[in-house]
Design a protein around this ligand. Structure first.
Ligand code: CAA
Length: 240
């Protein structure tokens, strides 16, 4: 039987590429989205991948959504916590609302996504937890005190989960994408974006598929001894 994979924020951007790559690798995939019904419907009709709408920042919604996915598709073997937002502002202008929105979605959202699937993974003695962090969690970023805090927090989550899950056959790893050609990066003012690209030795933005291939590897049986790690995929922009 095919393994089941859940990808949050899985109908657009990096998440879309991850959902498609996991499907191509033979997984039964469920993708979540937060608000864009039209994009989700187009994604399902193009790929045949089922989409589910819930807010990852809400624990009860996440838990109920995950129960629905498991009832309709099967127990979740691979969870990819990818959903994330930016609310960029220089710190002196950042509002408590911008802080909380990003913390609730990017950091608490990872807890809300992984916590409901964790007991089943422990019972079945297999699981793959993959969290999409960011280069900006590793190096910090002007105007991203909130976002960088969440993405650094993701690394603490996987290192802790790795230790708790190892004996139960569960691995937890993070991927830190650099700047990838998605709507999120395209929303950065063009002048700033050009200066960012100038700092990438590869001379280009990454492609969502380049992150998706890392996910497929971390989800596979081949990666069983890789646990608590971070894969940086950033075109040589930053080394830890
Ligand atoms: N480094 C240094 N200076 C920067 C900067 C950066 N990355 N980004 C902006 N600035 C500077 C601007 O040049 C400007 O300087 P001057 O006043 O001297 O012209 C100043 O900061 C902007 O000040 P403002 O008070 O006018 O700023 P604002 O309130 O209008 O906010 C901004 C503008 C939100 C900071 C905008 O410039 C921006 O979005 N910057 C990019 C932030 C960024 O890189 N975000 C990453 C998004 S992609 C992502 O997050 C995905 C991932 O994981 C990699």
């Amino acid at each position: 039987m095919a393994r089941v994979a859940l990808v949050t924020g899985g109908s657009r951007g990096i998440g879309e590429a991850i959902s498609k790559a996991l499907k191509a690798a033979g997984y039964d995939v469920a993708a979540t989205y937060a608000g864009n019904d039209e994009a989700a419907a187009a994604f399902t009709s193009e790929t045949g991948i089922k989409t589910y709408k819930w807010n990852v920042a809400d624990y009860d919604e996440s838990k109920a959504g995950i129960e629905k996915v498991e009832a309709e598709i099967g127990p979740i073997d691979v969870v990819v916590a990818n959903a994330g937002i930016t609310r960029d502002a220089p710190f002196h202008k950042m509002t408590p609302e911008q802080w909380h929105q990003v913390i609730d979605t990017n950091l608490t959202g990872v807890f809300n996504t992984v916590h409901p699937v964790w007991p089943g993974m422990r019972d079945r003695k297999f699981g793959r937890v993959i969290v999409i962090s960011s280069i900006n969690g590793q190096k910090g970023q002007f105007a991203q005190v909130n976002y960088a805090a969440t993405k650094a927090g993701d690394l603490g989550i996987v290192k802790s989960l790795a230790q708790e899950g190892a004996r139960a056959g569960i691995t937890a790893n993070a991927i830190c994408p650099g700047y990838i050609g998605t709507d999120m990066v395209m929303a950065v003012p063009e002048k700033v974006r050009d200066s960012i690209i100038a700092q990438i030795p590869a001379g280009r933005l990454g492609e969502p598929e380049e992150i998706a291939r890392c996910v497929v590897f971390l989800a596979s049986d081949d990666s069983g001894f890789i646990n608590g790690s971070t894969i940086s995929a950033n075109g040589a922009q930053f080394f830890v």
